[in-house]
Design a protein around this ligand. Structure first.
Ligand code: GLU
Length: 295
């Protein structure tokens, strides 16, 4: 299978300069190592009508190209379901009936890390499960044999994080992000995952699940986010932050791309940047967005 990197946006709205910067970095990591570059639309939830088309157009406008057809997660639900069946048959998944509130209020298990699922439904008897099914539909959780897992990251080194009995399928029947991302990356031949470092804490869960499923764990690079002037993650409300907003201020997509690349110490187009890209030299701190003219 061809080795590949990817960008996997959630079509919840327009991409802002932070999302575009992550996509450009993922493209540079993949292309500079001779990998294919795939685009996957993560539309299992938070999808807004029309957002995907605008995202794809904006990615192309800053020079991010991809190989093959765009993949959509909503077309792959049977793949997620058969993977969950496989885990269930191996005794590695169980039904959970807890509400968010019940989880918050449950006493945490001894030695369990903060925020970990307390294990309430892990060992329900058949009749107990039967009774709970009559009350509400079940989510499916992983029966994890570990409480933490370590991953290797190109920018963060070894990173150890919590692995609990995390959700594989929500109680509305939709595959959970942590399951879908692992299945998709493996099934698409993706062996390099470059994404925002807000996702680093989820990565040990994903790598552990990949190993249970017999998948090769991809290499990871979690890149710094773009923050607003207050140090919070950049968002739509922070003024002109999308290509659409910036076009209304008179900036072309090429100018925005050049601005983003300058924040990485790179020349003004992706093709020029590719010729000199060195992952070891990308900034390790977040980029503070102060508009096109400053920062
Ligand atoms: N769809 C996720 C997001 O937009 C990214 C998931 C990933 O790159 O693994 O935040």
């Amino acid at each position: 299978m061809t080795l590949a990197g990817r960008f996997a946006p959630s079509p919840s709205g327009e991409l802002h300069v932070g999302n575009l910067r992550t996509a450009m970095l993922a493209w540079l990591f993949a292309r500079s190592t001779g990998r294919a570059f795939l685009l996957r639309v993560e539309d299992l939830d938070r999808a807004r009508a029309g957002a995907e088309a605008v995202q794809l157009r904006d990615l192309q406008a800053v020079g991010v190209t991809w190989d093959g057809e765009v993949v959509r997660q909503t077309d792959r639900e049977s793949l997620y379901a058969s993977t969950i069946d496989r885990l269930t048959a191996a005794g590695l998944a169980y039904e959970c009936f807890c509400t968010r509130r019940e989880i918050q209020e449950a006493p945490s298990a001894p030695h369990a890390p903060q925020g970990a699922y307390p294990g309430t439904c892990r060992d329900l008897s058949g009749p107990e499960r039967e009774a709970k099914r009559a009350v509400r539909p079940a989510a499916t959780r992983l029966r994890s044999a570990v409480t933490e897992w370590t991953v290797a990251d190109a920018l963060h080194g070894g990173f150890t994080g919590v692995v609990d009995d995390f959700v594989l399928r929500r109680n509305d029947g939709v595959a959970a992000y942590n399951l879908a991302v692992v299945v998709d990356d493996a099934e698409q031949g993706i062996d390099q995952v470059v994404r925002g470092d807000d996702l680093l804490p989820s990565t040990p869960r994903q790598a552990y699940l990949a190993s249970l499923l017999g998948y090769a764990v991809p290499e990871y690079a979690h890149v710094p986010l773009v923050l607003n002037a207050d140090g919070a993650r950049l968002a739509k409300r922070d003024g002109a932050v999308t290509l659409g907003d910036l076009a209304r201020e008179g900036y072309s997509a090429a100018q925005v791309a050049a601005r983003v690349l300058a924040s990485l110490g790179l020349p003004a187009t992706l093709d020029a940047a590719l010729a000199v890209f060195d992952p070891a030299r990308i900034p390790r701190e977040p980029w503070i967005w102060q508009g096109m003219s400053a920062g």
